[in-house]
Design a binder for this molecule. Structure first.
Ligand SMILES: Cc1cc2nc3c(=O)[nH]c(=O)nc-3n(C[C@H](O)[C@H](O)[C@H](O)COP(=O)(O)OP(=O)(O)OC[C@H]3O[C@@H](n4cnc5c(N)ncnc54)[C@H](O)[C@@H]3O)c2cc1C
Length: 439
């Protein structure tokens, strides 16, 4: 009997826990090739002056891949990381291995979606099938109380309907064993790939961000969040500081799929956290629902969103100069600059910080929001195209899905949120942003 061989192409689902398709494949194929494609173009400096994936997120991604590889090896498999465009490398690999099927998570927006289409077109004449799956949302699209085409365009309505629809699917238990890794398939070290791509794998890119990539760190962080940090969270909450609202910070792991939203939901809902910190638990669940909403909205709006989110060519030198001052945190508005420097140095920014700098770019500087969104996409550890797009559209005032206030007055916000100037001093004093590291 011939062996059934398949490829799983990892994208933004870099985990082994709560992974429906991996669990299915573990019991249904004889040989499985887990593959990740590193496309060099993503790390090159663009005409905008910065790469699509900046050095901070590149480092985070490499840590996630190392962790994934270690997890796969511990279960009798491996990770084939290949440099190239998926639509070019995957068909050749499938033919070499005799694999008739490729499984991959489906994306919802932009270039990742176009890559899927090109890959499907390249595989079709070879008789190789591309199977898509969706495991990145809390509520599975098939479990929504309405077809995606009828999704309400107000988050409040979406949340009400989804909450009334009942519990999301339960997270799956961790995998113990995986099918064999194809004989002769290389398992190149990431150090080699990092060098080939000219990436920085160390902490050279700015200050240590406090974020380490990988599902192992993410799951440990989740357990610590619900079990071990009760005292520290309570004291943060007592201080009423912004830090309390940011205390979980799961977004970077969620965005690359190193942490499952259902795993978070289950931990948060059934760990007792709702009892001693109900408000905090609800805020996390609401955050997960907001994230779902952005993804479903992108699925619903499809091409319309894609067209509007592509950055325009920017030939006006004056506008460009103003954008550069914003990007580098040199606008002269201290509260805005402090936040922009935090973003440039760490790859993270609180939700409020994002709204403030986005509002300043759109309403005070009068610049095109797509440039701001492109800088966020390059710099944020948690870049998620559909979430980034929906929140920027909200900041411009074109969408009112979240019913956020329009323009934020920086001086008024600084007086309210940073009355002693501690935050500004922390990020402005002698801190030049690190915004370009490799070219
Ligand atoms: C202009 C702008 C751009 C943004 N771009 C992104 C992006 O690219 N990727 C991203 O993950 N978030 C983005 N956000 C949303 C939000 O700021 C971050 O998700 C949040 O700050 C992450 O911090 P946390 O993990 O502590 O989230 P928490 O507040 O603890 O929430 C838990 C999770 O819910 C999700 N979430 C929270 N707030 C939102 C929101 N407003 N919209 C959608 N999902 C949300 C995140 O995945 C988050 O990890 C953006 C917000 C703005 C205003």
């Amino acid at each position: 009997m011939t062996e059934r061989c398949a490829i799983i192409w990892f994208r933004n689902d870099l985990r082994l826990h709560d992974h429906e398709v991996l669990t299915l494949l573990a019991n249904s194929v004889d040989v499985l090739a887990p593959v990740y494609c590193l496309d060099p173009a993503r790390f090159e400096i663009q005409p905008s002056g910065f790469p699509l994936t900046g050095p901070l997120r590149a480092r985070f991604l490499i840590e996630c891949l190392e962790d994934l590889r270690a997890g796969l090896e511990a279960r009798g498999s491996g990770l084939h990381v290949v440099v190239g465009q998926p639509e070019q490398v995957l068909p050749a690999l499938a033919q070499k291995l005799g694999a008739r099927e490729i499984f991959a998570e489906r994306e919802v927006l932009g270039e990742p979606l176009r890559v899927e289409r090109r890959l499907a077109a390249a595989l079709d004449p070879l008789g190789i099938s591309l199977h898509g799956y969706r495991i990145s949302t809390l509520t599975h699209p098939n479990d929504l109380p309405f077809p995606v085409a009828n999704l309400p365009e107000s988050f409040a309505q979406f949340q009400e309907a989804v909450t009334a629809g009942g519990e999301p699917r339960a997270a799956l238990p961790p995998l113990q064993r995986l099918p064999g890794y194809p004989a002769g398939l290389s398992n190149p070290t990431l150090d080699t790939l990092v060098q080939v791509l000219g990436l920085s794998a160390g902490s050279e890119a700015g200050q240590p961000s406090g974020f380490e990539g990988g599902a192992t760190v993410a799951v440990a962080k989740l357990e610590e969040f619900v079990q071990g940090r009760r005292a520290s969270l309570e004291s943060l909450r007592g201080s009423g500081s912004e830090a309390a609202a940011q205390a979980d910070r799961f977004a970077p792991w969620l965005a690359c799929g190193a942490l499952s939203p259902r795993r978070i939901y289950q931990y948060v809902k059934y760990s007792g956290l709702t009892v001693w910190a109900g408000e905090l638990a609800n805020a996390v669940i609401t955050g997960l629902q907001r994230r779902d909403f952005c993804r479903f909205l992108a699925m619903k709006r499809g091409e319309r969103d894609e067209q509007s989110s592509r950055p325009p060519a920017w030939d006006d030198e004056g506008l460009r100069e103003r954008f550069e001052l914003w990007r580098q945190g040199e606008t002269g508005e201290p509260f805005v600059d402090a936040h922009l420097r935090e973003l440039a140095m760490t790859g993270h920014l609180s939700s409020f910080g994002r709204r403030l700098v986005a509002s300043y770019l759109c309403h005070d500087l009068g610049l095109d929001w797509r440039w701001g969104a492109a800088w966020f996409a390059s710099q944020l550890l948690d870049d998620d195209p559909s979430v980034n797009l929906a929140n920027w559209m909200e900041a411009t005032g074109r969408w009112r899905a979240f019913e956020e206030p329009g323009r934020l007055d920086p001086a008024e916000q600084a007086a309210r949120r940073d009355p002693d100037g501690d935050y500004c001093r922390r990020w402005l004093d002698g801190n030049a942003p690190v915004i370009q590291r490799f070219g």
